[in-house]
Design a protein around this ligand. Sequence first.
Ligand SMILES: [Fe+2]
Ligand SMILES: [Fe+2]
Length: 154
Amino acid sequence: MKTIGILMAEHRVIEKMLSQIDEKPVGSIIEFFRIYADAIHHGKEEDILFSKLAGKEIKKEHQEIMNKLLEEHQKGREIISRIESNKGNDKIVKECKQELLELYPQHIETEDKHFFMPAKEYFTEEEQKQIDEESREFDKKQDKKKYEEMLKAQ
Ligand SMILES: [Fe+2]
Ligand SMILES: [Fe+2]
């Protein structure tokens, strides 16, 4: 299922942003997390992968992981909103960056190592193809390159 490889590659981009977070202007951080991490990346996770999984009979442990992942996406959104409302306050911005550094690496690790592969097993080959097709259509409408370039520059 190509979608998993794509989501994992996006994780590497998010990690790159986290490694540069102290040097990046607040505006770029907000834009990156709103568009790349949330709309593009969480968009595919929530609207395609998780939503299709919700229609399956899945093990309790996988359901619990998925609930936690969804809560963490929500937490990520809240941190970004807090940065936006406190742009001029260095202390709060710094605390929010720290929260992002605590939230994302473990979130990404859970998905990469404990969720995507078991998730894939719930889908037939036909369904996996359908997911790949929807992800491809979804990404067509996004400007992913812009964000990947933004991080390469440094
Ligand atoms: Fe996620
Ligand atoms: Fe993810």
